[in-house]
Ligand binder design. Structure first.
Ligand code: TXA
Ligand code: MG
Length: 339
């Protein structure tokens, strides 16, 4: 049975107790909800994979309550680690570092590295602090589905499969942390996220960016990144280029004629036009920051309206746009481009 409780101090203490006893607790972070287990309890970690239906080849992020605990999980620190931790922790930056021996292969999927972050959310920090152990936590969704940004999203995906969901309201950032490999030179972004490339480059100089591929035969530096992921149940079509809005209207008309229900994820400035063309629009607010916060909720909402297809316009690469574009590309069944 899964309990859903408000994240009061008493319930956080209760949740920490569940973690120490090997249970699974979903909790809010500033990015998305995480599904936590005691990182030092291998059986508990295995339970995360079972609850999510996640393949063992996809490694987990270990969450700490302070940077000083890094020595518990990682064994060597390139110089830039202290700079990055000082500047961006607590926050949406995950560092990939050489792991300590006590970190199980279950967490790292057999890799010699471990991914670590200190989340910027008072409930997450209080929970990790009270549990007194590092907390391994992927996003708290069924594998391949969109990440959860509210407790009810977690409930929808994982009720009956985990022990407790701590409800701390909607998350503020809405997209996952940036995963940065600091072992390679220059440092390499494996997954764009809440700490933007521009923010990192201001501190580090040039950083490289792993270009994702859907070709599974490629070598996989960050295994979870290369599959269809973050996806709604409806087919998502992503439109790029100057003509995107007009193409969306055309596509909607064709789909409706074929008897399909058509939804859209759109910025406020695009929404009126699309509604006039008969699309069911979930509004993403007025800029890329609100879009990041709302995009997963929007995919889930449109699924609940039983649309057959979701149309979405692409975002520019700057700032959080890089992360939003990345998630849309992984979620998309098809990218439609025409200048
Ligand atoms: O914002 C977030 O990062 C959220 C919250 C809960 O902290 N967590 C999250 O976890 O998104 P998850 O498991 O959904 O994504 C973790 C990503 C995966 O793409 C995984 O492949 C990558 O981090 N990763 C984990 N360990 C790694 C490692 N040792 N080397 C390379 N990539 C790694
Ligand atoms: Mg995930």
């Amino acid at each position: 049975m899964t309990e859903l409780l408000p994240a009061t101090p008493e319930q956080i203490a209760y949740a920490a107790d569940i973690l120490r006893r090997g249970g699974l607790v979903a909790f809010p972070t500033e990015t998305v909800y995480g599904l936590g287990a005691n990182a030092f309890d291998e059986q508990a970690v295995q339970r995360i994979f079972a609850a999510k239906g996640r393949p063992a080849s996809d490694p987990l992020i270990v969450h700490l309550s302070k940077a000083e605990q890094l020595e518990l999980v990682a064994c060597s620190f390139p110089d830039i680690v202290h700079t990055l931790a000082g500047k961006f922790w607590p926050g949406p930056l995950t560092l990939v570092l050489p792991k300590r021996e006590n970190i199980s292969d279950a967490i790292t999927a057999g890799l010699p590295t471990v991914a670590v972050r200190v989340p910027a959310h008072p409930i997450a920090l209080a929970l990790i602090e009270a549990a007194q152990v590092p907390v391994a936590a992927p996003s708290a969704n069924r594998f391949g589905h969109t990440s959860p940004t509210t407790a009810s999203h977690v409930w929808h995906d994982l009720a009956g499969r985990i022990d407790l969901i701590l409800d701390g309201g909607p998350t503020s950032l809405g997209v996952e942390s940036t995963v940065l490999d600091v072992v390679s030179t220059p440092p390499r972004i494996l997954r764009p996220g809440g700490v933007t490339r521009e923010m990192l480059e201001e501190v580090l100089g040039p950083v490289s960016l792993l270009v994702p591929s859907k070709n599974r035969s490629d070598s996989l530096p960050s295994p979870g990144l290369l599959e269809k992921h973050y996806a709604p149940h409806a087919r998502l079509l992503l439109f790029t280029g100057d003509n995107a809005l007009a193409l969306m209207a055309e596509e909607a008309q064709a789909a409706r004629q074929a008897g399909q229900k058509v939804g859209a994820l759109a910025l406020d400035e695009q929404a009126d036009f699309l509604e006039q063309h008969g699309l069911l629009v979930y509004r993403l607010g007025h800029d890329v920051n609100s879009a990041a916060r709302l995009i997963y909720a929007g995919m889930r909402w449109l699924d609940r309206q039983h649309v057959d297809v979701i149309l979405c316009c692409d975002f520019p690469e700057s700032g959080l746009g890089l992360a939003v574009r990345d998630r849309l590309r992984r979620a998309a069944s098809k990218i439609i481009h025409q200048d």
